[in-house]
Ligand binder design. Structure first.
Ligand SMILES: C[S@@+](CC[C@H](N)C(=O)[O-])C[C@H]1O[C@@H](n2cnc3c(N)ncnc32)[C@H](O)[C@@H]1O
Length: 258
């Protein structure tokens, strides 16, 4: 956590669940429909402080989490849901200093979350064959404080990743089974792979490819999340929920392959 805000830091200005914004602390005013803030007044404050706008309205100044930053990303592609990202990061066991290969980059939502997990000493090599998506992901990552940890490659790695001895490989595209052999080559022994598949047919083909290509400890899960209303006296699940996103598959490289 940042001890106190300084010039150039990202800040999440939070009024209520529907009104919150991310900006950088620099010279100038930040206008809301309930008054403005002089951004420089935030310098030296501890994150989480409530400050007042020019109209006396309270506003909280938070240090943005990576999920706050991803919420502000442009989305030219489908992005993964927090429940699936969070579970995969936990099961991948990422830590500072780890090296990760990822395909496809898409909008960079997962890339950002991985980069945050391996910061400040790790590296993410992310592969995307569509230049326009890669550019968009690069712009998105620039909104975070981990873009310097990401190498973008406008390459289809089905013939092989350029990296070797990486700690983890992450696959989120329509035909993930094509990336299993390249991922095995790139991973260090015991390295962990995570794959995301929206359909069971894809999951089946991915699992088959993993079993045939030197992976063990295979697990596949579906995560269901129910949001709750939390008003006193009316605490209950929301009426609607997201019914389906993706199946998450985790496996570990073994050597030798046979
Ligand atoms: C569902 S999106 C990934 C979304 C990403 N995980 C996120 O959270 O923003 C899948 C991406 O994989 C890319 N892709 C598909 N096949 C590919 C290949 N063979 N090589 C590299 N990228 C590929 C697509 O262009 C697309 O951008």
């Amino acid at each position: 956590m940042t001890a106190t805000f300084k010039e150039g830091d990202l800040v999440l200005l939070y009024q209520d669940p529907r009104r919150h914004w991310i900006t950088r602390i620099r010279e100038g005013r930040f206008h809301t429909h309930r008054g403005y803030l002089d951004l420089k007044d935030l310098i030296g404050l501890e994150p989480g402080r409530l400050v007042k706008t020019s109209l006396g309205q309270p506003i909280a100044a938070f240090e943005p989490r990576i999920s706050d930053l991803v919420d502000s990303f442009d989305r030219p592609t489908q992005i993964l849901y927090p429940k699936d990202v969070g579970y995969a990061l936990y099961r991948l066991g990422l830590k500072s200093g780890d090296t990760v290969v990822e395909v496809g980059t898409g909008s960079g939502a997962l890339t950002a979350a991985i980069a945050r997990s391996v910061a400040p000493n790790g590296r993410v090599y992310t592969y995307e064959n569509r230049r326009e998506f890669l550019k968009s992901a690069q712009k998105n990552l620039e909104k975070t404080d981990v873009s310097q940890l990401v190498t973008f490659r406008n390459v289809d790695p089905s013939e092989g990743f350029l990296e070797r001895e990486v700690d983890a490989a992450v696959i989120d595209l329509g035909d993930p089974w094509k990336m299993v052999q390249p991922a095995w080559e790139a991973l260090a022994g015991g390295g962990v792979l995570a794959g995301f598949t929206p359909t069971m047919n894809q999951l089946e083909k991915l699992a088959e490819a993993l079993r045939m290509n030197g992976f063990l400890a295979l697990e596949a899960v579906e995560l269901l999340v129910r949001e709750f209303k939390t008003e006193t006296g009316k605490v209950r699940p929301e009426s609607r929920m997201v019914g389906h996103t993706a199946y998450v598959t985790i496996a570990r490289k073994v050597v030798p392959k046979e």
